[in-house]
Ligand binder design. Structure first.
Ligand SMILES: Nc1ncnc2c1ncn2[C@@H]1O[C@H](COP(=O)(O)OP(=O)(O)OP(=O)(O)O)[C@@H](O)[C@H]1O
Length: 948
């Protein structure tokens, strides 16, 4: 519905001089010269005064003093007033000073309007009209219902649709004309009037008579689409706009004047602002009058203002003000529109149709899709929730089992102070903990390890942080047991299996301390964590032996290692390699053995193990902190760099202090040429017992004939013999141990209980040959999967050929590789000794090893040998990079044992490992053979037999 923008219709009406004015010889200075212009005609005024004011004013209409009210109505108000019939709000104002004829004029205009409305209604029977009459006055800024005897001021409410609404204002439906007259009479009677100096019956309030007309077309009333026109017409008789002084007001009249003027002042401000446009704030709310008439002044209404004025010279100032107000008012624009309202019935019908449409949409195919879509989503989420809940249950169960097992383990250890424990781990969920026969624990021996990793972590926690070291300095009873956070340890440390050897101190602590106490003692011992290689230590001697005299000097080791490794040095500066047994230590205890669970037999598990546990004490060695994944014993090739990233054995190229000096010396003598000795004397670092080192030496001295490389078999035997000699000598020399051994004559000897467990037939795995082949294939496959050093593979392959005693070594290797593969398969890197080992890095290192081997072919193989190999390995003699091709094919076919054997043979040849046989197996981390005790102080060195 469009709006009708039009300006307020402004008229000026002069009244005749009244009797009082005539009586005081007042003269009329105003004259309506035409229908639109009124002039100030007093020419007698001084020129300056006349120049201050305009003398002519033009409006929509000006009415002479002899003009009838009807004409004023018809020409100045009727059009606006009757617009209410067509649904447009309208307002008729009467503005002027007191006694200027406002009431006189508005009374007539109201009646004429009503007459015309009724007349119009009478003529338009096609529509049904409903008229409602209401009247109010604003007296002293209070709104009062003129149709009610209740003088309680009415509140003004703001309605978002209708604007300002007078609360509880009586709206009297008009029945007929007489009813109108009756109501008008009531209004007159109710209005506040009083006598002023200018008007004996002065209206002291602003009166608003409102007639609301609603009409509907009778033809459409019964239909759903009927509509209603609704609008109101306001007849506003303002109070006098004169100044209080002019009306000679005092007391009540003065107070009334103040309120009147306040409302009129606001009205004038609103009109003046509206006349300049709708920019800025319009103070409608500053007075009740302007609030109620807000829509009439600047909104949805047609408006007409009739300004009444006295022609008397004595009122010229007020007359000019009135004309000034009128001049502003005629510039104000309103935006009237026809107010059409949909009937309730039509509205209900419309809403019903809309509802039906929406319901139809919901039931339609589109809505079904939406519903099914969300239903599917809901189902999916529910499935996810179910799955997660199951996972939570499983994880909780695993945790509980692990905790239970851990507690059992602690309890077991606590009960069995000097027993040794083998914990089956990662890939062997059914391996069980076996105690010594003397200390059978029914709980642990029958409880399967549901989560070997957790158990392993727990054990490692104990192993790394709680096992006290066997030296006397730390054997006090008040030894604290550091116990790192279980989960933390589990996550951070490797989960490789290991042998665990509790000490009496640990046992005491666990059996006597609460878990909380243990936790509180965790701090400050992280440096004792043996994260990588776990060794079983034969407790170092507490006797007064001079260990320094019986062990090889660091310099010797360094020289040999340097010689063999061509200067290779562990960049980490850590002792990354250690041998599991310290030969020069007093042997008091025997290593534990693996016992498979009935559910899954381990081919290398030893079925029975007995020991004299009461007399033995095993501790771990810091010297055995070599990484599980430390650099292999690959010969040090410059091209390979540090060869740190290829998984190999347990760092055999590193310091191996546990070997008797004479053996090391002999090794040097046997293994290497004079150049080696020369370099050794120069102080180069060396390593011992390392076949890889042998190769490196050969590499360093390229002129070294193959024949100079000793037989490893012979070497191994010599090592063993020397170890026995040392052992016997040390035991004999040690009064303490001699006494101990004598005291245990009735018991099993140290050797009996396991110093050489391989002599125990019970330890031989049934069907070992077939088991060996099976394990060998598994290991070969894992080597390939983990990019293990080819030299390491070669050593291992040639070293372990199926002897029953190889089982434990192979198990260690298999587990180590399984762990590594598991890490790799999950994309995890393994940080070992500060180095990051990943599938990519290990592969890269392996490739470099192949490159190095290819270069070795030039040195180690004659041209005839090389060509023979090329032909055998399908490499064209005229192709490029033949040596590299050959190196790249080594150890690649893990299913073909001939290929493996040939590969091992070639690698052995290239690295100088020519007579593989019974090489010292401790190079792979285990040796149960008796080792002679060392004659040196073990203040820091704590030997442990390492599984990993
Ligand atoms: N046009 C006119 N012709 C004849 N008499 C008039 C005319 N206008 C006003 N009068 C007379 O003047 C007197 C005062 O008029 P009226 O009461 O309407 O003035 P007013 O502006 O309403 O004053 P107040 O503001 O004090 O109420 C009345 O007696 C009225 O009859």
């Amino acid at each position: 519905m469009g709006t009708i923008e039009e300006k307020i219709l402004v008229s000026v009406r002069l009244r005749p001089l009244n009797d009082k004015e005539i009586a005081r010889n007042d003269v009329s200075d105003w004259e309506c010269v035409n229908e639109n212009t009124i002039i100030f005609k007093n020419a007698n005024l001084p020129v300056p005064e006349r120049s201050m004011y305009p003398t002519a004013y033009t409006f929509d209409r000006v009415f002479r003093s002899d003009c009838s009210t009807k004409k004023v109505y018809e020409e100045g108000a009727k059009e606006v007033a009757l617009s209410v019939i067509s649904g447009i709000n309208s307002t008729i104002f009467a503005y002027g000073q007191t006694s200027s004829g406002k009431t006189f004029t508005m009374t007539g205009i109201t009646e004429h309007t009503l007459v015309d409305i009724y007349e119009y209604i009478g003529k338009h029977r096609e529509r049904e009209y409903h008229l409602k009459f209401s009247a109010m006055e604003i007296y002293n800024e209070s709104v009062r219902d003129l149709l009610s005897t209740d003088t309680t001021p009415l509140r003004l409410l703001d309605d978002p649709e209708r604007g300002t609404v007078v609360e509880k204002l009586t709206e009297e439906p008009l029945r007929d004309w007489n009813h109108v007259m009756e109501l008008l009479s009531i209004c007159d009677a109710q209005r506040q009037i009083g006598e002023t100096a200018l008007n004996e019956t002065s209206s002291r309030s602003h009166q608003i008579i409102r007639l609301t007309i609603e009409s509907s077309t009778l033809e459409f009333l019964s239909r759903d689409n009927s509509s209603t026109l609704a609008a109101s017409v306001n007849f506003v008789d303002l109070a006098g706009s004169e100044r209080a002084s002019q009306s000679l007001s005092a007391g009540t009249r003065l107070k009334e004047g103040c309120h009147i003027n306040r409302s009129l002042l606001t009205l004038g401000t609103v009109i003046r602002k509206l006349s300049k446009g709708r920019n800025g704030h319009i103070p409608f709310r500053d007075s009740k009058l302007t609030r109620i008439l807000q829509s009439s002044l600047g909104g949805n209404a047609k408006t007409a203002i009739i300004c009444t004025m006295s022609p008397a010279r004595s009122h010229v100032e007020q007359s000019r003000n009135t004309l000034l107000f009128a001049s502003c008012a005629k510039e104000v624009t309103t935006n009237a529109q026809v107010n059409v309202f949909v009937s309730d019935k039509a509205l209900v019908k419309h809403l019903q149709r809309e509802l039906a449409r929406l319901e139809s949409e919901l039931r339609g195919p589109g809505s079904s899709f939406v519903v099914s879509h969300y239903s599917a989503l809901l189902q999916e989420k529910e499935l996810q929730i179910d799955k997660m809940e199951k996972e939570i249950i499983d994880l909780t169960l695993q945790r509980d089992v692990a905790q239970s097992q851990f507690q059992d383990l602690l309890r077991l250890i606590g009960d069995d102070r000097d027993s040794m424990i083998w914990v089956g781990l990662n890939n062997y969920p059914h391996l069980r903990v076996l105690r010594s026969p003397e200390c059978e624990n029914p709980i642990l021996s029958t409880t399967p390890v549901a989560d070997p990793r957790s158990l392993d972590a727990a054990v490692r926690t104990i192993d790394s942080s709680q096992y006290s070291y066997g030296h006397s300095e730390s054997s006090s009873d008040d030894h604290c047991i550091p116990l790192p956070d279980f989960e933390e340890t589990f996550m951070q440390n490797d989960t490789s299996p290991r042998l665990l050897v509790p000490t009496s101190k640990f046992i005491r602590s666990n059996s006597e301390q609460s878990w909380d106490e243990i936790e509180e003692q965790t701090n400050g011992t992280s440096d004792d964590l043996c994260k990588e290689v776990r060794c079983i230590e034969i407790e170092e001697s507490r006797t007064n032996r001079n260990s320094e005299s019986s062990r090889s000097s660091p310099e010797d080791n360094t020289e040999i290692s340097e010689l063999l490794m061509h200067g290779h040095e562990d960049k980490t500066g850590q002792e990354s390699i250690s041998m599991p047994i310290k030969e020069d230590r007093e042997v008091r205890y025997m290593a534990p053995l693996v016992v498979p669970s009935p559910e899954k037999s381990s081919p290398w598990a030893l079925a029975k193990y007995t020991c004299s546990s009461q007399s033995l004490k095993l501790t771990k060695s810091r010297s055995c902190n070599a990484s599980l994944l430390t650099s292999p014993s690959t010969p040090r090739f410059d091209e390979v760099g540090n060869n740190e990233n290829t998984p190999g054995p347990n760092g055999l190229e590193k310091e191996f202090t546990g070997r008797p000096e004479n053996i090391r010396r002999k090794l040097s003598e046997l293994s290497y040429c004079d150049d080696v000795e020369r370099l050794s004397r120069k102080g180069s670092r060396s390593s011992v017992g390392n076949a890889a080192g042998t190769e490196v030496e050969a590499q360093k001295d390229e002129t070294l004939p193959h024949e100079t490389v000793p037989s490893l078999n012979a070497f191994a035997k010599e090592v063993e013999e020397n170890a026995k000699v040392q052992l016997e000598k040390q035991v004999t020399d040690s009064p303490v141990h001699e006494a101990e051994l004598k005291s245990k004559e009735s018991e099993k000897t140290v050797k009996d209980v396991g110093l050489d467990p391989i002599e125990d037939d019970s330890m031989i795995v049934p069907n070992w040959p077939s088991e060996f082949k099976k394990l060998q294939r598994e290991i070969i496959g894992l080597w390939d999967a983990c990019n293990v050093s080819l030299v390491h593979r070669t050593y291992f392959f040639l070293l372990f050929k199926g002897d029953p005693t190889d089982s434990i070594y192979m198990e260690v290797e298999l587990r180590r590789l399984s762990f590594l593969k598991d890490r790799f398969s999950h994309g995890n890197k393994t940080i070992e000794e500060g180095r990051t080992l990943s599938p990519a890095s290990s592969l890269k290192t392996l490739q470099r090893e192949r490159e190095t081997l290819s270069r070795q072919m030039q040195k180690r193989l004659s041209e005839q040998d090389r060509e023979s190999l090329y032909l055998k390995w399908g490499i064209k003699l005229n192709s490029k990079y033949r040596r590299l091709q050959l190196a790249s094919r080594l150890w690649t076919d893990t299913q073909d044992m001939d290929h493996i054997s040939d590969s091992a043979f070639i690698v052995a040849k290239l690295v100088g490992f020519e007579e593989p046989g019974q090489a010292p197996k401790e190079m792979f981390g285990l040796n149960f053979a008796p080792q002679p005790p060392r004659r040196r102080s073990y203040s820091l060195k704590r030997s442990v037999i390492s599984l990993i």
